[in-house]
Ligand binder design. Structure first.
Ligand code: UDP
Length: 470
Protein backbone atom coordinates (compact mmCIF):
# COMPACT_ATOMS: atom_id res chain seq x y z
CA UNK A 1 0.00 0.00 0.00
CA UNK A 2 1.79 3.17 -1.13
CA UNK A 3 2.14 5.78 1.59
CA UNK A 4 3.50 9.24 1.33
CA UNK A 5 6.22 9.51 3.99
CA UNK A 6 4.47 12.49 5.60
CA UNK A 7 1.07 10.74 5.73
CA UNK A 8 -0.40 9.23 8.90
CA UNK A 9 -0.02 5.44 8.93
CA UNK A 10 -3.19 3.42 9.46
CA UNK A 11 -3.06 0.37 11.76
CA UNK A 12 -5.87 -2.16 11.98
CA UNK A 13 -6.15 -3.95 15.33
CA UNK A 14 -8.01 -7.25 15.60
CA UNK A 15 -8.32 -8.40 19.23
CA UNK A 16 -9.30 -11.88 20.40
CA UNK A 17 -12.69 -11.98 22.12
CA UNK A 18 -11.66 -12.58 25.68
CA UNK A 19 -10.99 -9.85 28.24
CA UNK A 20 -7.41 -10.87 29.01
CA UNK A 21 -6.56 -10.31 25.30
CA UNK A 22 -8.96 -7.49 24.51
CA UNK A 23 -7.88 -5.16 27.33
CA UNK A 24 -4.16 -4.89 26.45
CA UNK A 25 -5.03 -4.54 22.75
CA UNK A 26 -7.29 -1.57 23.52
CA UNK A 27 -4.48 -0.08 25.59
CA UNK A 28 -2.19 -0.49 22.58
CA UNK A 29 -4.74 1.41 20.47
CA UNK A 30 -4.39 4.36 22.89
CA UNK A 31 -0.60 4.22 22.85
CA UNK A 32 -0.41 4.10 19.05
CA UNK A 33 -3.05 6.76 18.45
CA UNK A 34 -1.29 8.97 20.95
CA UNK A 35 1.73 8.86 18.64
CA UNK A 36 -0.18 10.02 15.58
CA UNK A 37 -1.29 6.68 14.13
CA UNK A 38 -4.82 6.22 12.76
CA UNK A 39 -6.16 3.13 14.52
CA UNK A 40 -9.14 1.03 13.47
CA UNK A 41 -10.27 -1.67 15.90
CA UNK A 42 -12.30 -4.43 14.25
CA UNK A 43 -14.48 -6.52 16.53
CA UNK A 44 -18.05 -7.67 17.20
CA UNK A 45 -20.87 -5.69 18.90
CA UNK A 46 -20.75 -7.40 22.31
CA UNK A 47 -17.02 -6.81 22.47
CA UNK A 48 -17.39 -3.17 21.47
CA UNK A 49 -19.81 -2.76 24.38
CA UNK A 50 -16.96 -3.78 26.73
CA UNK A 51 -14.79 -0.81 25.93
CA UNK A 52 -16.92 1.79 24.16
CA UNK A 53 -16.93 4.56 26.78
CA UNK A 54 -13.15 4.43 27.27
CA UNK A 55 -12.62 4.57 23.51
CA UNK A 56 -15.17 7.38 23.20
CA UNK A 57 -13.13 9.25 25.79
CA UNK A 58 -9.99 8.73 23.69
CA UNK A 59 -11.77 9.98 20.59
CA UNK A 60 -13.12 13.04 22.41
CA UNK A 61 -9.58 13.85 23.47
CA UNK A 62 -8.66 14.00 19.77
CA UNK A 63 -7.13 10.56 19.16
CA UNK A 64 -7.78 9.00 15.75
CA UNK A 65 -9.32 5.73 16.94
CA UNK A 66 -12.22 4.16 15.05
CA UNK A 67 -14.22 1.09 15.82
CA UNK A 68 -15.67 -1.10 13.07
CA UNK A 69 -18.22 -3.75 14.03
CA UNK A 70 -18.73 -7.13 12.46
CA UNK A 71 -21.48 -9.59 13.24
CA UNK A 72 -20.16 -12.64 15.10
CA UNK A 73 -21.21 -15.77 13.15
CA UNK A 74 -22.51 -17.57 16.26
CA UNK A 75 -25.55 -19.19 14.63
CA UNK A 76 -23.48 -20.59 11.74
CA UNK A 77 -21.43 -22.72 14.14
CA UNK A 78 -24.23 -23.61 16.56
CA UNK A 79 -23.40 -21.14 19.33
CA UNK A 80 -26.21 -19.31 21.15
CA UNK A 81 -26.84 -15.82 19.77
CA UNK A 82 -24.90 -13.14 21.67
CA UNK A 83 -22.19 -15.57 22.69
CA UNK A 84 -19.27 -13.55 21.38
CA UNK A 85 -16.61 -13.87 24.03
CA UNK A 86 -14.70 -16.86 25.33
CA UNK A 87 -15.68 -16.11 28.93
CA UNK A 88 -19.32 -16.20 27.85
CA UNK A 89 -19.35 -19.74 26.49
CA UNK A 90 -22.01 -21.82 28.27
CA UNK A 91 -19.74 -24.88 28.08
CA UNK A 92 -16.09 -25.41 27.28
CA UNK A 93 -17.16 -28.18 24.88
CA UNK A 94 -18.19 -25.32 22.60
CA UNK A 95 -14.62 -24.04 22.39
CA UNK A 96 -13.98 -25.61 18.97
CA UNK A 97 -17.22 -23.99 17.65
CA UNK A 98 -15.96 -20.66 18.95
CA UNK A 99 -12.71 -21.07 17.02
CA UNK A 100 -14.70 -22.16 13.95
CA UNK A 101 -16.66 -18.88 14.18
CA UNK A 102 -13.37 -16.95 14.26
CA UNK A 103 -12.38 -18.62 10.99
CA UNK A 104 -15.66 -17.52 9.39
CA UNK A 105 -14.74 -13.91 10.06
CA UNK A 106 -12.04 -13.87 7.38
CA UNK A 107 -14.29 -12.88 4.43
CA UNK A 108 -16.19 -10.12 6.25
CA UNK A 109 -12.92 -8.67 7.57
CA UNK A 110 -11.42 -8.69 4.09
CA UNK A 111 -14.54 -7.02 2.70
CA UNK A 112 -14.16 -4.35 5.35
CA UNK A 113 -10.51 -3.94 4.38
CA UNK A 114 -11.57 -3.08 0.83
CA UNK A 115 -13.71 -0.25 2.16
CA UNK A 116 -11.45 1.23 4.86
CA UNK A 117 -10.14 4.70 4.15
CA UNK A 118 -7.24 5.38 4.17
CA UNK A 119 -6.17 1.88 3.19
CA UNK A 120 -4.57 0.07 6.14
CA UNK A 121 -0.77 -0.15 6.28
CA UNK A 122 -0.47 -2.84 8.91
CA UNK A 123 -2.49 -5.38 10.93
CA UNK A 124 -1.85 -6.05 14.59
CA UNK A 125 -3.72 -9.22 15.40
CA UNK A 126 -4.21 -11.75 18.09
CA UNK A 127 -2.60 -15.12 17.44
CA UNK A 128 -5.98 -16.92 17.36
CA UNK A 129 -6.87 -15.32 14.01
CA UNK A 130 -4.67 -17.69 12.05
CA UNK A 131 -6.14 -16.66 8.67
CA UNK A 132 -4.63 -13.18 8.95
CA UNK A 133 -1.59 -14.77 7.28
CA UNK A 134 -3.60 -14.90 4.02
CA UNK A 135 -5.27 -11.53 4.50
CA UNK A 136 -1.97 -9.72 5.09
CA UNK A 137 -0.32 -11.30 2.09
CA UNK A 138 -3.36 -10.52 -0.09
CA UNK A 139 -3.17 -6.82 0.81
CA UNK A 140 0.64 -6.85 0.92
CA UNK A 141 0.94 -5.29 4.35
CA UNK A 142 2.91 -6.32 7.45
CA UNK A 143 1.08 -8.45 9.98
CA UNK A 144 2.23 -8.07 13.52
CA UNK A 145 1.34 -10.80 15.90
CA UNK A 146 0.36 -9.38 19.28
CA UNK A 147 1.15 -11.39 22.37
CA UNK A 148 0.05 -10.11 25.74
CA UNK A 149 2.27 -12.57 27.62
CA UNK A 150 5.74 -11.88 28.97
CA UNK A 151 9.27 -12.84 27.96
CA UNK A 152 9.90 -15.04 30.94
CA UNK A 153 7.06 -17.25 29.72
CA UNK A 154 8.37 -17.15 26.14
CA UNK A 155 11.84 -18.11 27.26
CA UNK A 156 10.66 -20.93 29.54
CA UNK A 157 8.53 -22.41 26.73
CA UNK A 158 11.31 -22.01 24.18
CA UNK A 159 13.85 -23.78 26.39
CA UNK A 160 11.47 -26.55 27.45
CA UNK A 161 10.68 -27.30 23.80
CA UNK A 162 14.27 -26.94 22.55
CA UNK A 163 15.81 -29.20 25.18
CA UNK A 164 12.78 -31.52 25.44
CA UNK A 165 13.15 -30.78 29.13
CA UNK A 166 10.14 -32.63 30.53
CA UNK A 167 10.29 -35.72 28.36
CA UNK A 168 12.09 -38.05 30.77
CA UNK A 169 9.85 -37.14 33.69
CA UNK A 170 6.40 -38.33 34.70
CA UNK A 171 3.61 -35.70 34.98
CA UNK A 172 4.12 -35.21 38.72
CA UNK A 173 7.95 -35.11 38.80
CA UNK A 174 9.73 -31.77 38.89
CA UNK A 175 12.30 -30.83 36.25
CA UNK A 176 14.46 -27.72 35.91
CA UNK A 177 14.03 -25.44 32.90
CA UNK A 178 17.41 -25.53 31.12
CA UNK A 179 19.33 -22.42 30.12
CA UNK A 180 18.06 -20.00 32.78
CA UNK A 181 20.21 -18.22 35.34
CA UNK A 182 17.68 -19.02 38.11
CA UNK A 183 16.75 -22.54 39.07
CA UNK A 184 13.15 -22.67 37.83
CA UNK A 185 11.29 -25.92 38.35
CA UNK A 186 7.95 -27.18 37.07
CA UNK A 187 6.14 -30.44 36.73
CA UNK A 188 4.80 -31.36 33.29
CA UNK A 189 1.32 -31.05 34.81
CA UNK A 190 1.89 -27.30 35.32
CA UNK A 191 2.92 -26.47 31.76
CA UNK A 192 0.76 -24.35 29.43
CA UNK A 193 -1.70 -25.78 26.88
CA UNK A 194 0.42 -26.99 23.99
CA UNK A 195 3.06 -28.53 26.31
CA UNK A 196 0.59 -30.11 28.69
CA UNK A 197 -0.73 -33.58 27.91
CA UNK A 198 -3.78 -32.78 30.08
CA UNK A 199 -5.12 -30.03 27.74
CA UNK A 200 -8.23 -30.58 25.62
CA UNK A 201 -7.74 -31.62 22.00
CA UNK A 202 -9.64 -28.49 20.76
CA UNK A 203 -7.20 -26.28 22.64
CA UNK A 204 -4.14 -28.22 21.46
CA UNK A 205 -5.29 -28.17 17.83
CA UNK A 206 -5.86 -24.42 18.02
CA UNK A 207 -2.44 -23.88 19.65
CA UNK A 208 -0.72 -25.83 16.87
CA UNK A 209 -2.45 -23.72 14.23
CA UNK A 210 -1.50 -20.50 15.98
CA UNK A 211 2.14 -21.52 16.33
CA UNK A 212 2.27 -22.32 12.62
CA UNK A 213 0.82 -18.89 11.79
CA UNK A 214 3.24 -17.10 14.12
CA UNK A 215 6.14 -18.34 12.03
CA UNK A 216 6.17 -15.63 9.35
CA UNK A 217 4.74 -12.72 11.33
CA UNK A 218 6.61 -9.42 11.23
CA UNK A 219 6.44 -9.17 14.99
CA UNK A 220 8.02 -11.83 17.21
CA UNK A 221 9.49 -14.40 14.84
CA UNK A 222 10.36 -13.15 11.37
CA UNK A 223 12.72 -10.35 12.15
CA UNK A 224 11.51 -7.93 14.78
CA UNK A 225 10.18 -7.74 18.28
CA UNK A 226 8.72 -4.50 19.56
CA UNK A 227 8.12 -4.50 23.30
CA UNK A 228 5.36 -2.00 23.92
CA UNK A 229 3.88 -1.17 27.29
CA UNK A 230 3.55 -1.34 30.16
CA UNK A 231 -0.07 -0.74 29.43
CA UNK A 232 -1.67 -0.83 32.86
CA UNK A 233 -3.46 2.52 33.19
CA UNK A 234 -2.69 3.22 36.86
CA UNK A 235 -2.11 6.84 35.99
CA UNK A 236 -5.53 7.41 34.42
CA UNK A 237 -8.42 8.95 36.33
CA UNK A 238 -10.95 6.90 38.30
CA UNK A 239 -13.48 6.85 35.47
CA UNK A 240 -11.05 5.06 33.12
CA UNK A 241 -9.54 2.90 35.82
CA UNK A 242 -13.02 1.60 36.65
CA UNK A 243 -13.94 1.04 33.02
CA UNK A 244 -10.95 -1.05 32.06
CA UNK A 245 -12.41 -4.24 30.62
CA UNK A 246 -16.00 -5.29 30.54
CA UNK A 247 -17.82 -2.06 31.29
CA UNK A 248 -21.09 -3.62 30.11
CA UNK A 249 -21.09 -5.76 33.27
CA UNK A 250 -19.36 -3.30 35.57
CA UNK A 251 -20.37 -3.35 39.23
CA UNK A 252 -21.04 0.08 40.72
CA UNK A 253 -17.59 1.32 41.69
CA UNK A 254 -19.01 3.35 44.60
CA UNK A 255 -19.99 0.14 46.37
CA UNK A 256 -16.33 -0.94 46.37
CA UNK A 257 -15.05 2.50 47.30
CA UNK A 258 -17.46 2.62 50.26
CA UNK A 259 -16.04 -0.58 51.70
CA UNK A 260 -12.46 0.46 50.95
CA UNK A 261 -12.89 3.87 52.58
CA UNK A 262 -14.10 2.25 55.80
CA UNK A 263 -10.88 0.26 56.41
CA UNK A 264 -7.31 1.35 57.28
CA UNK A 265 -4.44 1.37 54.77
CA UNK A 266 -3.14 -1.98 53.50
CA UNK A 267 -5.81 -4.00 55.32
CA UNK A 268 -8.20 -5.27 52.61
CA UNK A 269 -7.64 -8.40 50.51
CA UNK A 270 -8.84 -8.34 46.90
CA UNK A 271 -9.62 -11.75 45.40
CA UNK A 272 -10.11 -12.23 41.68
CA UNK A 273 -9.41 -15.15 39.36
CA UNK A 274 -9.47 -13.10 36.16
CA UNK A 275 -12.09 -12.96 33.47
CA UNK A 276 -12.46 -16.72 33.02
CA UNK A 277 -12.96 -17.39 36.72
CA UNK A 278 -14.12 -21.01 37.02
CA UNK A 279 -13.77 -22.18 40.62
CA UNK A 280 -15.75 -25.27 41.56
CA UNK A 281 -18.39 -24.91 44.28
CA UNK A 282 -16.22 -27.08 46.57
CA UNK A 283 -13.26 -24.75 46.10
CA UNK A 284 -15.48 -21.73 46.56
CA UNK A 285 -16.59 -23.07 49.94
CA UNK A 286 -13.00 -23.55 51.15
CA UNK A 287 -12.14 -20.03 50.09
CA UNK A 288 -15.30 -18.68 51.74
CA UNK A 289 -14.41 -20.35 54.99
CA UNK A 290 -10.81 -19.16 54.86
CA UNK A 291 -11.76 -15.54 54.18
CA UNK A 292 -14.35 -15.61 56.91
CA UNK A 293 -11.96 -17.15 59.43
CA UNK A 294 -9.18 -14.68 58.53
CA UNK A 295 -11.31 -11.90 60.07
CA UNK A 296 -9.84 -9.53 57.51
CA UNK A 297 -11.87 -7.27 55.20
CA UNK A 298 -12.06 -8.41 51.59
CA UNK A 299 -13.55 -7.86 48.14
CA UNK A 300 -14.08 -11.04 46.18
CA UNK A 301 -15.10 -11.33 42.53
CA UNK A 302 -17.12 -14.52 42.09
CA UNK A 303 -18.62 -13.62 38.71
CA UNK A 304 -18.82 -16.11 35.87
CA UNK A 305 -21.46 -18.50 34.67
CA UNK A 306 -19.71 -21.64 35.86
CA UNK A 307 -22.03 -23.63 38.18
CA UNK A 308 -23.64 -20.34 39.09
CA UNK A 309 -26.87 -21.77 40.49
CA UNK A 310 -25.03 -24.24 42.70
CA UNK A 311 -22.75 -21.50 44.02
CA UNK A 312 -25.57 -19.06 44.67
CA UNK A 313 -27.54 -21.77 46.47
CA UNK A 314 -24.62 -22.46 48.75
CA UNK A 315 -23.91 -18.79 49.44
CA UNK A 316 -27.56 -18.22 50.29
CA UNK A 317 -28.26 -21.32 52.35
CA UNK A 318 -25.04 -21.07 54.30
CA UNK A 319 -25.72 -17.43 55.15
CA UNK A 320 -22.15 -16.46 54.22
CA UNK A 321 -23.06 -13.06 52.84
CA UNK A 322 -24.98 -12.18 55.97
CA UNK A 323 -22.11 -13.16 58.22
CA UNK A 324 -19.54 -11.09 56.35
CA UNK A 325 -21.69 -7.98 55.91
CA UNK A 326 -19.67 -4.79 56.44
CA UNK A 327 -16.39 -6.69 56.25
CA UNK A 328 -16.64 -8.49 52.93
CA UNK A 329 -18.09 -7.62 49.54
CA UNK A 330 -18.93 -10.16 46.84
CA UNK A 331 -18.90 -8.87 43.28
CA UNK A 332 -20.97 -10.88 40.84
CA UNK A 333 -20.50 -8.71 37.77
CA UNK A 334 -17.28 -7.13 36.57
CA UNK A 335 -15.01 -5.60 39.20
CA UNK A 336 -13.33 -2.23 38.63
CA UNK A 337 -10.05 -4.04 39.31
CA UNK A 338 -7.52 -1.30 38.58
CA UNK A 339 -9.50 1.17 40.66
CA UNK A 340 -9.71 -1.30 43.56
CA UNK A 341 -6.02 -2.20 43.41
CA UNK A 342 -4.95 1.42 43.41
CA UNK A 343 -6.86 2.19 46.62
CA UNK A 344 -4.58 2.62 49.68
CA UNK A 345 -6.74 0.27 51.80
CA UNK A 346 -5.80 -2.72 49.65
CA UNK A 347 -3.15 -4.84 51.36
CA UNK A 348 -3.09 -8.01 49.27
CA UNK A 349 -4.26 -9.41 45.95
CA UNK A 350 -5.17 -13.06 45.55
CA UNK A 351 -4.73 -13.62 41.82
CA UNK A 352 -4.79 -16.43 39.26
CA UNK A 353 -1.59 -14.87 37.83
CA UNK A 354 -2.93 -13.76 34.46
CA UNK A 355 -0.29 -11.40 33.11
CA UNK A 356 -2.62 -8.37 33.01
CA UNK A 357 -3.56 -8.88 36.64
CA UNK A 358 0.06 -9.45 37.65
CA UNK A 359 1.12 -6.19 36.01
CA UNK A 360 -1.79 -4.34 37.56
CA UNK A 361 -0.84 -5.71 40.99
CA UNK A 362 2.81 -4.68 40.58
CA UNK A 363 1.96 -1.20 39.29
CA UNK A 364 -0.39 -0.64 42.21
CA UNK A 365 2.34 -1.95 44.58
CA UNK A 366 0.06 -4.63 46.06
CA UNK A 367 1.73 -7.87 47.24
CA UNK A 368 0.14 -10.98 45.75
CA UNK A 369 -1.06 -14.43 46.73
CA UNK A 370 -0.50 -16.53 43.63
CA UNK A 371 -3.08 -19.17 42.71
CA UNK A 372 -2.41 -20.22 39.10
CA UNK A 373 -5.10 -22.20 37.28
CA UNK A 374 -3.91 -22.94 33.71
CA UNK A 375 -2.15 -21.59 30.63
CA UNK A 376 1.04 -19.60 31.33
CA UNK A 377 -0.08 -18.77 34.87
CA UNK A 378 2.32 -21.19 36.57
CA UNK A 379 5.22 -19.49 34.78
CA UNK A 380 3.97 -16.08 35.86
CA UNK A 381 3.75 -17.42 39.41
CA UNK A 382 7.47 -18.37 39.34
CA UNK A 383 8.30 -14.90 38.10
CA UNK A 384 6.24 -13.21 40.83
CA UNK A 385 7.23 -15.44 43.75
CA UNK A 386 10.74 -16.63 43.02
CA UNK A 387 12.34 -13.98 40.80
CA UNK A 388 10.61 -10.69 41.55
CA UNK A 389 9.70 -11.77 45.11
CA UNK A 390 6.46 -9.87 45.23
CA UNK A 391 4.13 -12.78 45.93
CA UNK A 392 3.50 -15.87 48.06
CA UNK A 393 2.29 -19.09 46.41
CA UNK A 394 -0.80 -20.86 47.71
CA UNK A 395 0.79 -24.12 46.56
CA UNK A 396 -1.23 -25.27 43.53
CA UNK A 397 0.48 -28.28 41.98
CA UNK A 398 -1.46 -29.10 38.83
CA UNK A 399 -2.93 -26.96 36.04
CA UNK A 400 -6.65 -27.47 35.52
CA UNK A 401 -7.66 -26.95 31.89
CA UNK A 402 -10.89 -25.08 31.31
CA UNK A 403 -13.77 -27.53 31.25
CA UNK A 404 -12.01 -30.00 33.57
CA UNK A 405 -12.30 -28.12 36.83
CA UNK A 406 -14.02 -31.01 38.60
CA UNK A 407 -10.87 -33.14 38.27
CA UNK A 408 -8.61 -30.55 39.90
CA UNK A 409 -7.37 -30.69 43.49
CA UNK A 410 -8.99 -28.43 46.09
CA UNK A 411 -6.86 -25.99 48.08
CA UNK A 412 -7.95 -26.34 51.69
CA UNK A 413 -9.08 -23.59 54.05
CA UNK A 414 -6.04 -24.03 56.35
CA UNK A 415 -3.54 -23.63 53.47
CA UNK A 416 -5.33 -20.51 52.25
CA UNK A 417 -5.36 -18.99 55.72
CA UNK A 418 -1.66 -19.65 56.15
CA UNK A 419 -0.69 -17.70 53.00
CA UNK A 420 -3.15 -14.90 53.75
CA UNK A 421 -1.50 -14.40 57.14
CA UNK A 422 1.99 -14.62 55.69
CA UNK A 423 1.20 -12.05 52.98
CA UNK A 424 -0.60 -9.57 55.19
CA UNK A 425 1.92 -9.76 58.02
CA UNK A 426 5.05 -9.59 55.89
CA UNK A 427 3.94 -7.40 52.99
CA UNK A 428 6.29 -4.45 53.48
CA UNK A 429 9.40 -5.78 51.70
CA UNK A 430 7.33 -7.02 48.80
CA UNK A 431 5.65 -3.64 48.54
CA UNK A 432 9.05 -1.91 48.45
CA UNK A 433 10.24 -4.16 45.65
CA UNK A 434 7.03 -3.46 43.74
CA UNK A 435 7.54 0.25 44.21
CA UNK A 436 10.83 0.03 42.36
CA UNK A 437 9.35 -2.14 39.62
CA UNK A 438 6.38 0.20 39.20
CA UNK A 439 8.72 3.17 38.81
CA UNK A 440 10.75 1.31 36.21
CA UNK A 441 7.57 0.31 34.38
CA UNK A 442 6.20 3.83 34.25
CA UNK A 443 9.52 5.13 32.87
CA UNK A 444 9.25 2.75 29.88
CA UNK A 445 6.21 4.57 28.49
CA UNK A 446 7.52 8.11 29.09
CA UNK A 447 9.24 9.96 26.25
CA UNK A 448 12.67 8.37 25.82
CA UNK A 449 11.65 5.17 27.65
CA UNK A 450 12.04 1.76 25.98
CA UNK A 451 8.36 1.37 25.10
CA UNK A 452 8.22 4.89 23.70
CA UNK A 453 11.26 4.22 21.51
CA UNK A 454 9.86 0.86 20.39
CA UNK A 455 6.64 2.51 19.25
CA UNK A 456 8.70 4.98 17.21
CA UNK A 457 10.70 2.13 15.65
CA UNK A 458 7.53 0.14 14.91
CA UNK A 459 5.81 3.11 13.24
CA UNK A 460 8.94 3.81 11.19
CA UNK A 461 9.08 0.15 10.15
CA UNK A 462 5.47 0.21 8.95
CA UNK A 463 5.97 3.51 7.11
CA UNK A 464 9.09 2.10 5.44
CA UNK A 465 7.23 -1.02 4.29
CA UNK A 466 4.41 1.14 2.97
CA UNK A 467 6.62 3.59 1.08
CA UNK A 468 9.11 1.04 -0.27
CA UNK A 469 6.42 -1.55 -1.12
CA UNK A 470 6.00 -4.61 1.06
N1 UDP B 1 -10.71 -7.82 35.23
C1 UDP B 1 -11.47 -6.79 35.75
N2 UDP B 1 -12.55 -7.11 36.51
C2 UDP B 1 -12.92 -8.40 36.75
C3 UDP B 1 -12.13 -9.45 36.23
C4 UDP B 1 -11.02 -9.12 35.48
O1 UDP B 1 -11.17 -5.60 35.53
O2 UDP B 1 -13.92 -8.62 37.44
C5 UDP B 1 -9.59 -7.47 34.32
C6 UDP B 1 -8.26 -7.43 35.02
O3 UDP B 1 -8.03 -6.13 35.54
C7 UDP B 1 -7.31 -7.80 33.89
C8 UDP B 1 -8.15 -8.70 33.01
O4 UDP B 1 -9.49 -8.47 33.35
O5 UDP B 1 -6.96 -6.64 33.17
C9 UDP B 1 -7.86 -10.17 33.19
O6 UDP B 1 -6.69 -10.48 32.54
P1 UDP B 1 -5.66 -11.54 33.10
O7 UDP B 1 -4.49 -11.56 32.18
O8 UDP B 1 -5.36 -11.25 34.51
O9 UDP B 1 -6.42 -12.92 33.12
P2 UDP B 1 -7.45 -13.74 32.20
O10 UDP B 1 -8.77 -13.13 32.40
O11 UDP B 1 -6.95 -13.64 30.79
O12 UDP B 1 -7.35 -15.11 32.77
Amino acid sequence: MALNSSAQPHFVLIPFMCQGHLIPMIDKAWLLADRGVIVTIITTPKNVACFSSSINGAVESGLAIRVEQLRFPAAEVGLPEGCETLDNLPSMELMSSFFAALRLMQRPVEKMFEELKPRPNCIIYDRHFTWIVETASKYRIPRIWFDGKNYFYQLCCHNVIKFKAQECFSRGETFTVPGLSDRIEFTAAQLPGNLNSGSSSAMKEQMEKTMEAEGGADGAKKQNVWCIGLVSPCDRNNFYKARRGNEALLTDENQCLKLLESWPPSSVIYVCFGSLNRLTPTQLMELDLALEASKRPFIWVIRGGYKKEEMEKWLKEDGFEERIRGRGLLIRGWAPQVLILSHPSIGGFLTQCGWNSALEGICACVPMITWPLFSEQFMNEKLLVQILQVGVGVGVEVAVPMGEEEFGATVKKEEIMKVVECLMEEGEDRRKRENKLAEMASRTVEAGGSSYINITVLIEYVIRQATDGY
